[in-house]
Design a binder for this molecule. Structure first.
Ligand code: PMP
Length: 291
């Protein structure tokens, strides 16, 4: 595997960055997770736009224009001869001293890109659905670090995910400060009730997922199911007929049990299965070509 770091490719064993990079010392940086399907990068522009928005939000100057970062993403998939891939793009604050001051990171932002495969959930999850818990860890409020920024501070998500694993579940829901459902540790969340599709709005405290956006588009353009972005409680979620999660890594996967409540029939429902089918078709037929 060849990893892109600051303009050059390195073998996996040599793919290293400085211990003085503030990305390592303080989680001071941002990232994106993308996917390639059949040799095409899915929604590259959207990911680059979000990267730029995350960068601006933390006063981080990208090491090169988004278009060139996109070219580096394509090149990384190409040099690894991949058709289907999960791509991790990370921009760090750069090398500084041991203090917090970002102005001392004089190297400027660091950029690395890994193209590999990812398996978030055990085999069979796509067919069977996931068991999910509600985490005891709350989503950050927007007056802390905004959940809309895809920063390198993922420890709350990591711990919520570990909480799920301890409970024998595969994913965890984060409630926001007011007790409304926000999102999961690496995915957005949707439910289906009497044909309508519901998902939390941005003000619930979520990352504006690229997959979420795609699903909203599919519901509006291809399905006759109305979509509603509104706040909802965990109780409303557990009496839904279907629940599904969306993310670049997760793709679209049903949640078939939440906190011991069976959702619908206990297997992925018809709306979820239809959306998965439409999503797969879209992913296979669109995207920025690598080759
Ligand atoms: N929420 C969080 C916290 C995430 O980490 C992710 C994955 N990037 C998502 C939602 C889904 O976003 P996307 O569909 O853009 O991958």
């Amino acid at each position: 595997m060849k990893v892109y770091i600051d303009g050059a490719f390195h073998e996996q064993a040599d793919a290293k960055i400085s211990v003085f990079d503030h990305g390592v010392l303080y989680g001071d940086g941002i990232f994106e997770g993308l996917r390639a399907y059949g040799g095409r990068i899915f929604r590259l522009e959207e990911h680059l736009r979000r990267l730029q928005q995350s960068a601006e939000a933390i006063f981080l100057k990208l090491p090169m224009p988004p278009r060139e970062i996109g070219e580096a993403v394509i090149e990384t998939v190409r040099v690894n001869a991949l058709k289907d891939a999960y791509i991790r793009l990370v921009v760090t604050r750069g090398v500084g001293d041991l203090g917090l001051d970002m102005r001392k990171c004089r190297t400027g932002a660091g950029l690395f890109i890994i193209a590999d495969h990812i398996e978030l959930y055990p085999e069979g999850a796509a067919e069977k659905g996931l068991t999910v818990i509600t985490s005891s860890i709350r989503q950050r409020s927007p007056d802390q670090l905004s959940p809309a920024i895809k920063s390198l501070n993922y420890l709350a998500n990591v711990l919520a995910r570990a909480e799920a694993a301890r409970a024998g579940a595969q994913e965890a829901i984060l409630l926001n400060r007011e007790g409304f459902v926000s999102e999961c540790t690496g995915d957005n969340i949707f439910f289906v009730y009497d044909g309508a599709v519901y998902t939390p709005p941005l003000r619930a405290g979520i990352l504006e997922g690229v997959t979420r956006g795609t699903v909203l588009e599919l519901c509006r353009d291809e399905l006759n199911n109305p979509v509603v972005e509104r706040l909802f409680s965990p109780a409303e979620l557990t009496r839904a007929q279907e629940v599904f999660l969306t993310g670049t890594g997760a793709e679209i996967v049903a949640a078939t049990a939440i906190d011991g409540h069976k959702i619908g029939s206990g297997s992925p429902g018809p709306v979820t299965r239809k959306i998965i089918e439409l999503f797969r078709r879209l992913a296979a037929s669109t995207g920025t070509p690598v080759y």
